[in-house]
Design a protein around this ligand. Structure first.
Ligand SMILES: [Zn+2]
Length: 339
């Protein structure tokens, strides 16, 4: 792989796209992304097999069928330093400051080992890459092909209306998966390049605490009291709820969303039978990106109800049982924004 030049890389990429398109047509986008995952394990790009991840369940003392969870995932702590083991310092080839999500950088940074899947939906504007620091097996990043900013306030960015559109398009193609957008200061580790997360839901993750809270509310609208983090929820058939959600976020973007520190998480989940879409919009504040007490930043996955810890200090606290349901409640409450 070391000798791979740009032309050979592009040929390899074309061949992989062709293979993955065939899988996609036969078995759907989820299967195509799993094939990409397999390819990236074989190429050596994905080395962390997640054996080091440990999961802790923290039931509510009053209502034990409700629970939060925490995972100890030491690799996640390294993600802010970018992907891969050997980023070559080749300034001639570097564009956009060596951005880790620009394909032009990826081929030399990862020495040809990292290849994505050029997606056709959403106007062909995105490429799927495997996340080298996954929160769960099969964790993919769906990044814009152009170097567009993550934040809707930045020049040249997509609007929240468009972000919701594109995210829900991918969700619809990935029934049963968790898909989400982390705004700048709300969990985005690469703030300069637009990307979404797509995570297959493994056994044991049938319904996340945030989803359960929305279900208890029964109808679309604000969820303020059922969950420590306030959010908007729309659930139902995609063609019905999408215009409603987009009208709401458009109004929010020009109001609270235009304030200097405004940010958000957007989560889209299509049911395994593909007949229902649930959309969640969580207003956030950039100066409250992390909860008090634990080291990690609260992004979309944490907002769903699983805290990701990566430091040895946090692991010790988890092992001693010092992190419980109330700890997670107060973490989420701390980053919650009144709206
Ligand atoms: Zn970029």
């Amino acid at each position: 792989m070391d000798q791979l030049n740009s032309r050979a890389y592009l040929d390899l990429w074309d061949a992989l796209d062709y293979q993955l398109d065939a899988v996609n047509q036969q078995a759907g986008l989820g299967s195509a992304l799993w094939s990409l995952h397999e390819h990236q394990v074989q190429s050596g790009f994905i080395q962390d097999d997640l054996n080091t991840i440990r999961r802790f369940r923290m039931p509510c003392p009053i209502n034990p069928e409700r629970a939060f969870s925490a995972q100890f995932n030491p690799a996640r702590g390294r993600r802010f330093r970018g992907a891969g083991a050997i980023p070559a310092a080749d300034s001639d080839l570097s564009i956009n400051g060596g951005c880790f999500l620009c394909a032009e950088n990826i081929w030399w940074q990862q020495q040809g080992a990292e290849i994505g899947y050029r997606l056709r939906p959403a106007g062909g504007r995105y490429t799927a890459w495997m996340n080298p620091f996954p929160v769960l097996p099969g964790h993919a990043v769906i990044a814009s092909r152009e170097h567009w900013p993550q934040h809707w306030q930045a020049p040249g960015s997509l609007s929240l209306h468009e972000l919701v559109d594109d995210l829900s398009t991918f969700s619809e193609l990935l029934p049963g998966w968790l898909t989400f957008y982390n705004g700048v200061g709300a969990g985005a580790s690469i703030p300069h390049h637009l990307h979404f997360h797509a995570i297959p839901r493994p056994a044991g993750y049938e319904i996340m605490p945030l989803e359960a809270a929305a279900q208890r509310c029964r109808q679309s609208g604000r969820v303020l009291w059922e969950y420590p983090l306030s959010f908007m929820h729309w659930g139902g058939q995609r063609r019905q709820i999408l215009p409603e959600a987009q009208a709401w976020v458009e109004e929010w973007q020009t109001g609270s969303g235009s304030e200097a520190d405004a940010t958000a998480n957007i989560i889209a989940c299509t049911s395994p039978s593909a007949d229902r879409l649930d959309l969640y919009f969580i207003p956030r504040h950039q100066r409250r990106s992390r909860g008090e007490g634990l080291a990690g930043i609260i992004g979309g996955f944490e907002a769903l109800g699983e805290i990701v810890c990566s430091s040895s200090e946090d692991l010790e606290r988890l092992e001693r049982g010092e992190v419980d349901y109330d700890t997670v409640t107060s973490l989420l409450r701390h980053v919650s924004v009144a709206f």
